[in-house]
Design a protein around this ligand. Structure first.
Ligand SMILES: Cc1cc2nc3c(=O)[nH]c(=O)nc-3n(C[C@H](O)[C@H](O)[C@H](O)COP(=O)(O)OP(=O)(O)OC[C@H]3O[C@@H](n4cnc5c(N)ncnc54)[C@H](O)[C@@H]3O)c2cc1C
Length: 287
């Protein structure tokens, strides 16, 4: 008899694997189809020939610490949600005169004493804003009905996440809450001009906002991308993992270790993954 599944996921990229693992964890019968011979989608560590093994993506988004915890992945969260991102400058900004800037007060002082004095307050706000964004990303939003009506059977449980998000915003304090809401649609330039005077300092921080996008720092919404990328500083491939015996910690061997850990979680929770299986058609039947 043909095996029955409650959920079929097409593609074993990290998103498909996370979804599959959570569903399998809830006791659902899950099957993942992957057309390639390896799982991981774009997050893989692969060899393109002898002795040449590369990560498909460089540091980017961080794997959420709550996913690591929920799925008991043998990976250690790179940081806690509230930990400052300022302790690891992401880059060095090289200047034409041979000088350079890193993102810390000491280095900033060489370009502007005033900016160096304002740096801690900027970091404090950005850490808080990144935390609020992190909370927003993990909030399951209630269903939207055909506006202006609310969806039928909207339960208190469904709206609870939104309530919690509102509470977190309010607990951030009136000043930070308003500044956060204001900053999201702003340009990175406008936001940075509220803090800094040095063009070199502003340009270096603004580059965080436009990393990985085709936007420029004078485009609306780069206030949001600045906070988003601030949240992600550290990146996936820096996530250290537990050593195989579960004791101590070692560096991840490659970014693909993350999707391997996810695939293992799917299987250990009872889910199934079929590689080299391309979905060609989805047949829909009316019930
Ligand atoms: C060029 C490029 C560079 C990027 N660089 C970075 C970076 O440096 N850092 C970063 O954080 N993010 C980066 N990203 C973004 C990141 O890779 C994606 O957001 C992420 O991979 C999306 O994950 P996913 O699981 O949704 O899909 P994918 O990772 O794309 O996985 C989809 C999977 O589905 C499979 N599939 C597709 N169709 C079928 C089918 N019909 N049947 C069976 N299987 C199928 C594919 O083989 C694949 O394994 C980059 C993206 C691109 C395009």
């Amino acid at each position: 008899m043909q095996k029955q599944y409650e959920h079929i996921i097409i593609g074993a990229g990290h998103n498909g694997l996370v979804a599959a693992a959570y569903l399998a964890g809830q006791g659902k019968k899950v099957l993942v189809f992957e057309r390639r011979s390896v799982v991981g989608g774009k997050v893989v560590t692969e060899s393109f020939g002898d002795d040449f093994i590369v990560d498909s993506v460089q540091t980017g988004g961080t794997l959420r610490p709550d996913i690591i915890k929920d799925l008991k992945l043998p990976l250690r969260a790179e940081r806690s949600r509230r930990q400052s991102r300022s302790d690891k400058p992401a880059f060095v900004s090289l200047q034409p005169d041979g000088n350079h800037l890193t993102l810390d007060a000491e280095s900033i002082k060489r370009f502007s004493e005033r900016d160096a004095a304002r740096w801690p307050e900027f970091v404090r706000f950005m850490d808080k804003a990144a935390y609020l964004l992190d909370v927003a990303y993990s909030t399951i939003m209630p269903r939207l009905g055909a506006l202006p009506r609310l969806p039928k059977n909207l339960s208190i449980k469904e709206g609870y996440g939104l309530f919690e998000l509102g509470l977190e915003l309010r607990l951030a304090g009136r000043r930070d809450m308003l500044h956060f809401i204001r900053a999201l649609p702003m340009t990175a330039q406008e936001l940075l001009e509220e803090y800094f005077e040095s063009e070199i300092v502003k340009a270096a921080i603004a580059s965080v906002a436009i990393h990985g996008s085709t936007l420029g720092p004078m485009e609306a919404g780069t206030g949001y991308t600045l906070i988003h990328n601030w949240m992600n500083r550290g990146g996936l491939s820096l996530t250290p993992s537990a050593s195989p015996d579960g004791r101590g910690e070692s560096e991840v061997r490659g970014i693909g270790e993350i999707t391997q850990a996810l695939a293992n979680a799917v299987k250990s929770l009872g889910g199934e993954i079929r590689t080299e299986t391309e979905v060609e058609r989805i047949l829909l039947t009316a019930r």
